[in-house]
Write a protein that binds this ligand. Structure first.
Ligand code: AMP
Length: 453
């Protein structure tokens, strides 16, 4: 099947061809014709499946026809859980709509100054992409008129519910015309999503995508067990120096940990930045731009901040901390293997976190192969029963063993998986050798380097 059979206008097909797409992905092939026919949709599809185009192409198709009522209010509203995803969706709309005349798109998210937003809203908008909080704000101050709305899209609806946007969603939906068409996209169709769908959709077509990409079969998953934080850091250092690594996103569970880890990796000589929700929007945008342009090799991020990042250069996702929720695992690993490429997702788990790994494996119905690197194997046995370890916590964080061993491990340039830790590696971040600033990075008796800061 190609894009000609989906019922899209020539101007949209032209833009799709310019984007380099030849065939619709499975979710696009199923969703686009139904949406163009005016049906409500309940779609379960993972990030990376091409879901954005699955709703944006029919949205643009709608705009090829004139609205019966003249006005400045949006005709299409896309709600997303995060700013990053919102901007990503707006960018996609611009890409697919670039051969159409006069389509105005606007991303309405927190962090953007109100005067700028107010001016843009006043100028009129066709496709509004927004996070629920900021949209409600602007609705309450009378700056957004949803009376002309024809299509409502809930993107990553499961995540919006997880983030506590249920009331906001209901308040927004109460203000949009009953006659609108609604498309709901979610990674999972759990009971809370089914309830939301029941309340907001009319006789929806249900689409469940089980494409290879949706099942992340293009992403090789690996699991390394670590004895303690020192061991985990040595593994991370080794992985980041792997020759196959182009760019990596390293996930931590807290904003503070993201900052600390980024700072340590920076000292170890990596081109690295942190990305989390405490950063100003401008800084977040600059960081993402640097990542996109290839100026950054490593991004240390929290779950929420990394949501929706679509950078094709990301060859590796590394779970430095395991995700708190199994579902986040799926979102994390979906940051690699973009646009049909292959990706590698590596989880670093403490030997006491076996139980959490099992929860993730049950959720994805896939076992994550345990992998070892010669010379960096765990010395402790894996605890297969839940113990006193803090679930979801940071086992070993503050572990006095950090940097306690005196060996120098390297391994730069070696092939992943079969490499031996090579000789000393100045600048190694793993707590051995010297940092870039020349001072000893970790002392056997001292505090872990990232605790002292
Ligand atoms: P999404 O699931 O919407 O985040 O899309 C994942 C990636 O797939 C994005 O980089 C898109 O540009 C790309 N993509 C979407 N549709 C297609 C297609 N039909 N052919 C090739 N790449 C696509």
């Amino acid at each position: 099947m190609n894009f000609d059979s989906l019922g899209l206008a020539a101007s949209i097909r032209e833009a799709i061809a310019l984007a380099g797409y030849t065939d619709p992905t499975p979710v696009q092939a199923q969703a686009v014709p139904e949406a163009i026919a005016g049906r409500d949709l309940l779609v379960s599809s993972q990030t990376g499946s091409g879901k954005t185009a699955a709703f944006m192409l029919p949205a643009l198709q709608l705009l090829t026809e004139q609205h019966p009522v003249v006005g400045r209010g949006p005709r299409v509203l896309v709600l997303t859980p995060t700013r990053e995803l919102s901007m990503q969706v707006t960018k996609a709309a611009e890409t697919y709509g670039r051969k159409m005349r006069k389509v105005k798109m606007l991303s309405l998210v927190g962090g953007m100054p109100y005067p700028v937003q107010n001016r843009l809203l006043k100028a009129g908008v066709d496709i509004l992409v927004a996070t629920p909080g900021r949209l409600l704000d602007q609705m309450q101050s009378g700056r957004v008129d949803l009376s002309r709305l024809q299509m409502l899209v809930l993107d990553e609806a499961d995540r919006m519910l997880d983030m506590g946007f249920k009331d906001d969603l209901e308040a927004i939906v109460a203000k949009v015309p009953e006659t609108r068409q609604t498309l709901l996209f979610s990674a999972t169709l759990e009971p809370n999503i089914a309830r939301l769908a029941q309340a907001m959709l009319k006789d929806p077509v249900r689409i469940e995508v089980t494409s290879q990409q949706a099942r992340h079969e293009n992403i090789e998953q690996r699991l390394h067990f670590a004895d303690d934080m020192g061991h985990k850091n040595r593994l991370l250092d080794h992985l980041l120096r792997d020759a196959e690594m182009n760019q990596a996103i390293v996930f931590t569970s807290t904003k503070r940990a993201a900052d600390d880890l980024a700072s340590n990796l920076n000292e170890a000589g990596f081109s690295v930045a942190a990305l989390h929700g405490d950063m100003k929007q401008g800084a977040r945008n600059r960081t993402l731009q640097a990542l996109r342009r290839g100026g950054l090799k490593v991004l240390v991020a929290t779950d929420v901040a990394a949501r929706g990042i679509d950078v094709q250069g990301i060859s590796h996702v590394i779970n430095y901390d395991l995700p708190r929720q199994a579902e986040d695992y799926v979102h994390r690993i979906g940051r690699t293997g973009r646009a049909g490429k292959n990706g590698i997702a590596i989880s670093l788990a403490n030997v006491r976190e076996h139980f959490q790994v099992k929860i993730i494996e049950r959720f994805t119905s896939q076992a994550i192969p345990v992998t070892t690197i010669e010379g960096l194997e765990p010395k402790q046995r894996v605890h297969t029963k839940p113990s006193g370890a803090r679930p979801g916590g940071r086992p070993g964080f503050g572990d006095k063993k950090f940097g306690g061993a005196g060996k120098k491990f390297g391994g730069a340039g070696k092939k992943f998986g079969d490499s031996k830790p090579a000789g000393g590696k100045p600048g190694g971040f793993s707590g051995f050798g010297k940092s870039n600033s020349g001072k000893s990075f970790a002392k056997p008796q001292g505090k872990p380097a990232w605790q002292g800061k």
